[in-house]
Design a binder for this molecule. Sequence first.
Ligand code: AMP
Ligand code: TRP
Length: 340
Amino acid sequence: MRIFSGIQPTGRKHLGNYIGAIEQYVAYQDRGEAIYCIVDLHATTVPYEPALLRERLYDTAAVLLAAGLDPARCIFFRQGDVPEHTELTWLLSSVTAFGDLNRMHQFKEKAGAQRDLVSAGLFTYPILMAADVLAYRADQVPVGDDQRQHIELMRDIAQRFNARFAPDAATPPLVVPQGVYREIGARIMDLQEPERKMSTTGGTEQGTVLVLDEPKTIERRFRRAVTDSGSEIRRAPEKPGISNLIEILAAVRGSDFASVESDFADARYGDFKLAVAAAVIERLRPVQERYAELRPDETALEAILTAGAEKAHAIAAPVVAEVRELMGVGPNPRRSGPDS
Ligand code: AMP
Ligand code: TRP
């Protein structure tokens, strides 16, 4: 089984990214052939500083390695190093429905947040994401809940490509991938506005816990987390703040909601919040320590990403060559031998 996922090089990875995605990446290294990519090309679809993009890319690479990605057990690379991603994006755009792109929630949210330019890249972002996965014929894509619509679209793109260009193939050329979402922790909410997902771009600063935040900052964020006027520690639709804290603790402990609820049945909100903070701090501490060791050595990070890109390229190149051939694009590979 092949696994693929991508993450943006924003550098400011938060607890939602960590619980919803990064922990899954680490676990999936033992479940199949895992391929993980830092998507620098996706990051160019909103305003950004070129020099900072490189810095944030190293930040993100170091966070992922510190969290437990092991280049000996997965392929870990930078999207921009493997040109097949962009080539396949263009090829797949011919089997992507404009109307589908127009319905993407993330596009609408991000487009609404732009003051000047809403780039065409922001609109076609989901095709690049589909190309990321389809170029590797990946079977499973571990992501957070907010990516469901993008995953559905990439499945449609793969199916439409197969139906259009290889209707009779015994084995369809593109694998239709499945999204995999954690049962607990696929959608961590903002601690101040628990109706919104935790996010460094769309959430509140006070309600967002960063993977690299100092323990005292993390504790303060949880201590001030919004709850409700009740006193019961149990999950309920009218208790989004407490429900989110229960979910965070269950995810971090690797337990379920019921055991958190029963452990804190007699606790007060304040004590519960401190317990969640302590668990999160303990979980992030080793990641922060390893990060401090790894981040300064950019040469070593670069070497890991470059070696990963070579392995990624070796998988993606023949897939994209097959797509080109099926689409009738470029020279006919059966005619262009060394003698012709
Ligand atoms: P990004 O930083 O946008 O590239 O997101 C990286 C991964 O984190 C994706 O798989 C997202 O679905 C996941 N993710 C982002 N925000 C959250 C959240 N609040 N809760 C759970 N997962 C999230
Ligand atoms: N769009 C994803 C996000 O915002 C990141 C991403 C890019 C991705 N390419 C991918 C995720 C391929 C999974 C597979 O989080």
